[in-house]
Write a protein that binds this ligand. Structure first.
Ligand code: ATP
Ligand code: MG
Length: 568
């Protein structure tokens, strides 16, 4: 055996011993050797005695010596490798193990949706991948749109998703710091207070001309700044960044940094009236929070220049801004701006209406958090907009819920079948075809309901099998169907039909969410409601239970008499 190989084995044994209190084992080392050197797998029999010998010499030396030998002879083994494993996310530019800080910064102005899930999951996965940390920060500096209810809803949504963060904070709690930075800006001449009206500001921006206010001296700016806290009314004065009124990037044409909003803030009430806008607040917060990698969706791309310039001029540390695409579904817009009016105008029943891409709607519909995570990580990590097929999310979900979904019979548009010579009063049916999920007892008296679609094609003389029960021959087709039991042997060639015992059938309503928008118009038929019958066992299931209705689809029990269609 060559020395090179002995050296590799010794390194592996030392590392394993040092990670396990100074003791390693042959079997661990063997599998690690086979794992890192696949070409040795065939020769492993020959190597085993060598491994055992090396293992005992390594175990014979104390832990400190193992560690120092590792450090001097095998430094490469001690470099932590980012766990790239299953996530499929590309490595982060400039990321250092243990030092990555990401943040998820929602504005508490609406209910969280699957787009937020994408952002939060990517932030979390990167923090995990590099052993770093995730900050969950409410960007709450626009009291006009923000409500306590939304802070709570976003937190509930993240917790449901299983996103783990290391710190929660509110941007509004740092408002005094932001004021200081604004003052510093004004003092240094990087910002000025503008009292022009909205129209002339827009006009100047379009025409690339500066306004008179930008020429004002420091004394004027400081006086106006102080007056923003008392004297001025909203809209009468704003702090503007001294950018470049001729810039190709319209964002840089002296953008607003702070403005007056006289609305009660959900947390600070009327304590503050001057509020930073998005660009100013986010840049300062990301910097003071120690964020190393700040993700934003593509529509903010033009704002990156402003973000960096603000931090440059404030001589503050600059995080790396990275851009990813917004998640959208065909016919299902993923944006608070679009979802809110649907709720406010009563077009949908609320934020948990199953047609919506909100997290509450996903949960109610039976989409599980694990499926959302798998789905998000399966999307290619690009800047181009992701029009992901909803079916991809459904197929991840199906794989996860299938093993634990109970199978029940369902009859939509039911037709009655009376079996004249039924002799059974009770049967037991397994709750899942493969897994042991128990059995249920069903009482029988010879009258059944079967799905209307199956009933339609039946003629006198046909033989069918009532699933899991027995075979019957049709003797009469009327508004009801009459039949006679023939035998119970399984006959592959005859149709198998599900049934509900008529004596205690349970009436349910199935809500079936359909595409929400067709050609950008709200689809008035986006919610189909079907009436159906199911087995009495349904009543024993908890709300939230996932059911696979035979030959129908997966549904989540929403209440005693309502289920929501999850997917096929
Ligand atoms: P909305 O249009 O829903 O109001 P937003 O960007 O204003 O979206 P925020 O609450 O400010 O929503 O967003 C918090 C984080 O979630 C941001 O990083 C934002 O980029 C991200 N995000 C929001 N919507 C999506 C989406 N559809 N796809 C991916 N990320 C999104
Ligand atoms: Mg927003």
């Amino acid at each position: 055996m060559d020395d090179e190989l002995r050296k590799i084995i010794r390194g592996i044994a030392l590392l394993n011993a040092s990670e396990h209190g100074g003791k390693t084992r042959s079997d661990s080392v063997i599998s690690k050797v086979a794992g890192s050197k696949p070409e040795l797998r065939e020769k492993i029999k020959e190597i085993i005695p060598v491994i055992s010998e090396i293992v005992s010499t390594v175990n014979a030396i104390p832990l400190v010596s193992q560690k120092s030998e590792l450090e001097s002879n095998f430094p490469e083994l001690l470099v932590a490798k980012p766990k790239q494993d299953r996530t499929g996310l590309p490595p982060l530019e400039g990321a250092e193990q243990g030092k990555v800080v990401t943040r998820f910064p929602p504005e508490p102005n609406g209910y969280p949706h699957i787009g937020h899930a994408k952002a939060a999951i990517i932030d979390e996965e990167y923090a995990k991948m590099y052993g770093g940390k995730l900050i969950f920060r409410f960007d709450d500096t626009n009291p006009e749109n923000e409500r306590l209810e939304y802070y709570a809803a976003i937190k509930v949504g993240l917790d449901w998703l299983g996103v783990k963060y290391d710190q929660v904070k509110n941007t509004s709690d740092d408002i005094e710091i932001i004021y200081k930075k604004a003052e510093e800006f004004i003092q240094d001449g990087y910002a000025y207070v503008c009292t022009c009206n909205k129209e002339s500001i827009s006009k100047n921006r379009r025409e690339m001309t500066a306004c008179k206010c930008s020429l004002g001296d420091l004394a004027q700016n400081m006086k106006r700044w102080r007056n923003m806290f008392e004297k001025f009314k909203p809209g009468e004065a704003i702090v503007r960044f001294r950018g470049d009124m001729c810039s190709e990037n319209t964002v840089m044409r002296d953008p607003t940094l702070l403005r007056i909003i006289d609305e009660s803030h959900p947390i600070h009430k009327t304590r503050y009236r001057v509020w930073p806008n998005y660009d100013f607040a986010v840049a300062i917060e990301d910097s003071i929070d120690g964020v190393t990698h700040a993700f934003r969706t593509k529509e903010y791309e033009l704002r990156n220049q402003l973000y960096y310039e603000i931090l440059d001029k404030l001589k503050m540390r600059k995080p790396k801004v990275l851009v990813f695409s917004r998640l959208e579904f065909d016919g299902m817009p993923v944006s608070k701006r679009i979802l809110k009016p649907l709720v406010q105008e009563g077009k949908v029943s609320g934020y948990d209406d199953p047609r919506l891409p909100t997290l509450e709607a996903m949960r109610r519909r039976g989409i599980v958090p694990e499926a959302i995570r798998k789905f998000v990580l399966s999307l290619s990590f690009t800047k181009s907009d992701t029009l992901a097929p909803f079916e991809t999310l459904e197929s991840f979900n199906r794989k996860i819920i299938d093993p634990t979904s109970i199978r029940l019979f369902i009859a939509v548009n039911p037709t009655k079948v009376i079996v004249k010579n039924n002799a059974l009063t009770e049967i037991e049916i397994p709750n899942h075809p493969q897994r042991d999920m128990g059995k249920r007892k069903i009482q029988l008296d010879g009258s059944f309901f079967i799905p209307g679609d199956d009933a339609k094609s039946l003629k006198v003389g046909d033989e069918i099998r009532l699933l899991d029960l027995y075979n019957v021959k049709i003797t009469k087709v009327d508004s009801n169907i009459e039949a006679e039991m023939t035998d119970a042997t399984f006959k592959p060639e005859i149709s198998k039909i599900q049934w509900i015992p008529a004596q205690n059938a349970v009436k349910i309503e199935v809500l079936i969410p359909k595409i929400l928008f067709v050609n950008d118009q709200f689809n008035e038929n986006s919610l189909e409601v079907q009436q159906a019958l199911t087995e009495p066992y349904y009543l024993e299931l908890n709300v939230g239970a996932e059911i696979q209705f035979v030959r129908y689809g997966y549904c989540r029990k929403d209440s005693a008499n309502q289920v929501i269609y999850t997917h096929k």
